[in-house]
Design a binder for this molecule. Structure first.
Ligand SMILES: Cc1ncc(COP(=O)(O)O)c(C=O)c1O
Length: 416
């Protein structure tokens, strides 16, 4: 018989499930929910199996593992009109690692978005790029427009002559200038587009289309705006050099991975089919909800960034909360009311502030959209922010109303 630790474990899982699924307004911009059928497919015997492979498989018993992987790649290949898809990377960071490993060597320079301009840590010296001994050079950023400063970045590229440019951010309000960069730098330098945050919006045709605009390769997570299982994916442009694709595949295995997470692939494949059917509608509602949230927060007296540009073209809204004590206490206070967001550094923050108490919070609208909220509900959500942060209401009182409000929005929609 299991001892009391069994009950402790069960209790943690049950309590967490009830809390985050049923009682919280989840607005972390990198989270989402799988559909019921994807959740069911996620738990299968594939979970127990190995299928290390390059062009040859190295284990027996893998015929269905290979079939599901090929099917998954084929579905994404159809959407992006390319044969170059690999769904083995087990996270977005791992997808980035594989691409860096494929194309760069120790000491090589590459242009990256930069940490305080919303870049992901994997593309900096503090993360994967640093582990590989790469030299990240942050691109220029227009903090008022919250996007890459194209002219200065083009000058930087010409000066530094990097082997590779990484675009795409964790704080991601507006499209990247892929066309402008590609036109001015020619075809020699690789442009990689880290779509981790906006992959679902891209898939649903509501954000820029990186491969059509001049990127060579997309790396991504599969679980942020794209509501699939936790994982990563790499997609190459239709006319990518076969040699370059071979380098990526070698980097995936044997370079970085041993086994991949085979059990995630049926869930990923079925999520893509669901996105084929419902993705455009879902993604356009995500963007509408985000823009509406920005507007309502502004009207309530908050300081969402980029008012003059419509606040956002993605799933995120960034709010400057310096006057309210900073991102850390604000995010903590909201959690007391069961509203889950995260603090984020703004371009104006010093390095010290950026890590300890940055000036911003990042708010994602994708999961609320997924459970069926539209503009009317988004207004009610903004009201909760007003009560907690401006009226200084007791968060415990607001929490009760949040739990009541959330009761009608527990299950995902936009699925088979
Ligand atoms: C831009 C960007 N790239 C990569 C990642 C890493 O993704 P994962 O958590 O799937 O490793 C993130 C994570 O939030 C991200 O924001």
């Amino acid at each position: 018989m299991p001892d009391e630790r069994f009950n402790e474990i069960k209790n943690i899982v049950d309590t967490h499930n009830r809390w985050r699924r049923e009682e919280c307004i989840n607005m972390i911009a990198s989270e989402n929910m799988m559909s019921p059928i994807a959740t069911e497919f996620y738990t299968s015997d594939f979970e127990s199996r190995y299928n290390e492979h390059d062009i040859h498989t190295h284990y027996q018993g893998v015929k269905f593992s290979m079939q599901i992987e090929n099917k998954c790649n084929e579905i994404f290949g159809k959407r992006f009109n390319t044969k170059f898809v690999d769904s083995r990377p087990i996270a977005g960071s791992v997808a980035n690692l594989c691409v860096y490993k494929a194309f760069l060597n120790i000491g090589d320079k590459f242009i990256s978005p930069g940490l305080t301009f919303g870049g992901h840590v994997s593309s900096t010296r503090y993360g994967i790029a640093g582990c590989l001994g790469l030299k990240d050079i942050p691109m220029f950023f227009d903090a008022e427009k919250m996007r890459c400063d194209v002219e200065k970045t083009i000058d930087l590229i010409k000066r530094e002559n990097p082997k590779l440019i990484m675009l795409g951010r964790s704080m991601f309000l507006f499209p990247e200038p892929i066309r402008e960069l590609r036109e001015s730098i020619g075809s020699e330098i690789k442009i990689i587009y880290d779509a981790a945050h906006v992959f679902g919006l891209i898939y649903g045709h509501q954000f820029q289309q990186p491969l059509e605009e001049g990127a060579d390769i997309i790396t991504s997570s599969t679980h942020k705006t794209f509501p699939g299982p936790q994982g990563g994916i790499i997609i190459g442009k239709p006319d990518l050099d076969e040699n370059d694709w071979r380098k990526i595949q070698n980097a995936i295995f044997p370079g970085v991975l041993s086994n991949h997470h085979i059990h995630a692939l049926p869930a990923l494949a079925v999520t893509a089919l669901e996105m084929d059917e419902f993705g455009d509608e879902y993604a356009s509602q995500v963007v509408r909800n985000a823009q509406h949230f920005g507007k309502v927060m502004d009207e309530l007296g908050f300081k969402p960034l980029c008012q003059q540009y419509g606040y956002t073209k993605s799933h995120q809204v960034i709010v400057d909360v310096k006057d309210l004590g900073g991102g850390k206490p604000v995010a903590e206070k909201m959690e007391e009311a069961n509203i889950i967001i995260n603090k984020i550094a703004l371009p104006t923050d010093s390095d010290a502030d950026a890590t300890k108490n940055p000036s911003g919070v990042r708010i994602g609208l994708q999961e609320l959209t997924r459970v069926g909220m539209k503009e009317k509900e988004i207004e009610q959500v903004a009201e909760f922010y007003r009560r907690v942060l401006l009226d200084k209401a007791n968060p415990e009182t607001v929490k009760k109303d949040v739990i009541e409000f959330k009761k009608d929005f527990i299950k995902p929609i936009y699925h088979f």
